[in-house]
Design a protein around this ligand. Structure first.
Ligand code: ATP
Length: 270
């Protein structure tokens, strides 16, 4: 079986600065990879590369053994939260349905079958209660559940998630993390999650890719999320503590902390 995604020597430079520099990572089907790192460390650039939207300056990338652009129809993508405008003329179920219509199977499917699949997806993300509400009227967390449902509709081989839990409260973070995880255990989907907060997904994560200033470390959470490793990557003392099953990172350099999100500061990357 082809790896779900494979980068070899992947290098992307903007204005002479290498954002990704010789990145080697292979993601196997059914694997859960978390991508961590401070602002500007190339996390989004990595996702864009896997979506076929960003060309490499050196190295190679494949998704399911193919050029990322060609594999895109079976690549699920949960973008960073951007709220829908209040009067967006779409109901929740329409949004999820768009995920189905984009696929090869969509147009020929019987209307009733289509509606059944949409309901099933809405159930899976716990969004059935607001199935007929206009999306612009829903909370950020509710909207994000719908984006997850939409991304799962394509039955992706590779699911790319950019801060998927950002606007969710703890209970819903857990629910959405479980949902994403179920997709990989039941369907063998490889999952790549960009996040600044590892804790809500820690129990699911197989490996962590940590990016700082063009350098990277790849390994299990235990191997990468440790005081010596992060101190070495940041070039200053960064301490990792474990408490009650959560990781707390202390001493991240100011210049690399995350400013434009103001949720919990107890997690990774803050
Ligand atoms: N198209 C582009 N042209 C020029 N510079 C770019 C472009 N895309 C990204 N960059 C720069 O590359 C660097 C990495 O950006 P990227 O968005 O990948 O970081 P990130 O790790 O996702 O950051 P954040 O945590 O803030 O979302 C940043 O310094 C950014 O300004």
């Amino acid at each position: 079986m082809n790896p779900a995604a494979r980068l070899a020597g992947a290098t992307v430079a903007f204005g002479g600065r290498r954002v990704l520099d010789g990145l080697d990572v292979t993601v196997e089907p059914g694997e859960f990879l978390a991508v961590l790192g401070p602002n500007g460390s190339g996390k989004t650039t990595l996702l864009r590369t896997l979506l076929g939207l960003q060309r490499l300056d050196a190295g190679s990338v494949t998704v399911d053994g193919r050029d990322p652009g060609r594999a895109a129809a079976r690549t699920g993508y949960i973008p960073q939260q951007r709220p829908f405008a209040p009067y967006t003329p779409l109901r929740a179920r329409d949004l999820v349905g768009l995920g189905l219509d984009g696929t090869r199977l969509g147009p020929r499917r019987h209307r009733r079958e289509h509606a059944r699949l949409v309901d099933e997806l809405l159930d899976r993300v716990g969004a059935r209660d607001y199935a007929d509400a206009p999306v612009g009227a829903l909370s950020g967390g509710e909207q994000q559940r719908l984006r997850v449902a939409q991304a799962l509709a394509t039955r992706p081989r590779l699911l790319l998630c950019d801060e998927p839990l950002l606007s969710l409260d703890l209970k819903h973070q857990q629910a959405v993390a479980d949902l994403i995880d179920r997709q990989r255990t039941e369907h063998g989907t490889a999952v790549v999650v960009v996040t600044h907060e590892i804790n809500p997904i820690l129990e699911h994560v197989d490996r962590v890719l940590y990016l700082v200033g063009g350098r990277f470390r790849l390994g299990t959470p235990d191997e990468v999320l440790r005081t010596e490793v992060l101190s070495d990557m940041y070039g200053s003392r960064v301490e990792v503590f474990e408490t009650g099953g959560r990781l707390v990172v202390v001493g991240l350099p100011d210049a690399t902390t995350h400013h434009h999100h103001d949720h919990s500061d107890t997690g990774e990357g803050h």
